[in-house]
Design a protein around this ligand. Structure first.
Ligand SMILES: Nc1ncnc2c1ncn2[C@@H]1O[C@H](COP(=O)(O)OP(=O)(O)OP(=O)(O)O)[C@@H](O)[C@H]1O
Ligand SMILES: [Mg+2]
Length: 328
């Protein structure tokens, strides 16, 4: 397998071989475009433009001992091939410039040097109504646009869904799963134990997990949270749909709402997001809130931790609320 690296001459050779450069185009330099954990992503700067190369490997880039579906980046390619047909979606996602199926590498439009919305968790950023509107508009268009696609053309992405299922609906709720939450924040381990011992809660989470694994009519981004939202000078752009699949829209909206809670966005903003989605398209509100609750819990007591500034009391109160939503 060709292993993509920051080495400009090796990258130039790969690009020439693929015919992914314009005539007279020469690679000037490469750089890391931003933080990523799962894959290997670089920005290539040439004498004419810049673009992004993203390679998925049979493991998680940051934790090479953890295996992951090797060709997952190709699911991302399939997503962009679909969204390219819908102007409202194409305008908010990078253009797909090339796919190398053998090496699991994508060539993508460079959306420019921007930052994602991860700063929201540190209380550094409140979303504006305009930003929430943009984010919900994208989700609604995505969910509504491909419902007539014949089932054999729908992206199933089973392997990535299995991986996500484990980390959202299972692992966080396993007693003595080997994680020491006190290393995240002292006192968290004891607070998590309550939920890990709650049979009713666990049964509800399991049921939602089954819904997540079931196929549905809507194309979902699959990982619709601040790390996938890029702030660029042209507005918000959406990247990294490697967990995309056709499922139920409630999961996606639930995840988004969960992150509005985790980043302590004002209640009006949280309510607006759901109300605005409802105004534009039908959605089962109760189910959305339940998926949001699972997302909150799994981000607080699971492996995929976020750079949160919440203290233990604030985390406990989010967990209590989530647990109530799930068991009532
Ligand atoms: N098309 C693009 N234009 C500009 N910057 C990009 C683009 N794609 C990715 N980036 C930058 O590279 C970073 C990593 O990309 P991406 O999130 O797709 O990788 P990843 O390894 O799947 O990340 P994660 O581990 O969070 O899932 C992004 O946060 C962003 O800063
Ligand atoms: Mg990713």
């Amino acid at each position: 397998m060709y292993k993509l690296s920051l080495d400009s001459s090796s990258v130039a050779e790969f690009l020439l071989e693929k015919n992914w450069l314009f005539p007279q185009e020469a690679v000037k330099s490469t750089e890391v475009p931003g933080a990523g954990n799962m894959n290997f992503t670089i920005r290539v700067i040439t004498n004419q433009r810049s673009f992004i190369l993203k390679q998925s490997r049979p493991y998680v880039e940051k934790y090479p001992q953890v295996p992951a579906p090797a060709d997952r980046v190709l699911r991302e390619g399939e997503f962009y091939k679909l969204t390219a047909h819908i102007p409202a979606l194409a305008a908010r996602t990078p253009k797909l410039l090339g796919i190398d199926e053998e090496q699991s590498i994508l060539q993508l439009e460079d959306l420019g040097v921007g930052s994602d919305f991860t700063g929201m968790y540190a209380g550094k950023k409140n979303l504006t109504i305009e930003e929430v509107t943009e984010l919900v508009d994208f989700a609604v268009s995505l969910h509504d646009s491909f419902q007539d696609l014949p089932s054999e053309k729908r992206i199933t992405n089973r392997e990535m869904r299995k991986l996500n299922h484990e980390h959202i609906f299972h692992y966080p709720f396993v007693e003595e799963n080997g994680m020491n939450l006190d290393k995240v924040l002292p006192g968290l381990e004891k607070s998590a134990a309550v939920y890990r011992q709650d049979a009713m809660l666990k049964q509800r989470v399991e049921g939602l997990g089954e819904l997540y694994l079931a196929d549905g009519p809507c194309l979902l981004h699959g990982d619709y949270f601040p790390g996938s939202w890029l702030q660029t000078p042209q507005g918000i752009r959406i990247i990294d749909p490697e967990f995309c699949f056709f499922g139920s829209r409630e999961f996606e909206l639930g995840v988004m709402l969960g992150h509005l809670q985790l980043s302590a966005q004002p209640k009006e903003i949280q309510d607006y997001a759901l109300a605005y989605y409802l105004q534009k398209s039908g959605v089962d509100q109760v189910l959305v809130k339940k998926f949001a609750a699972v997302e909150v819990l799994r981000r607080l007591i699971g492996l995929a931790q976020l750079p949160l500034s919440l203290n233990i009391q604030e985390r406990i109160s989010l967990m209590q609320k989530a647990s109530l939503t799930l068991t009532s």
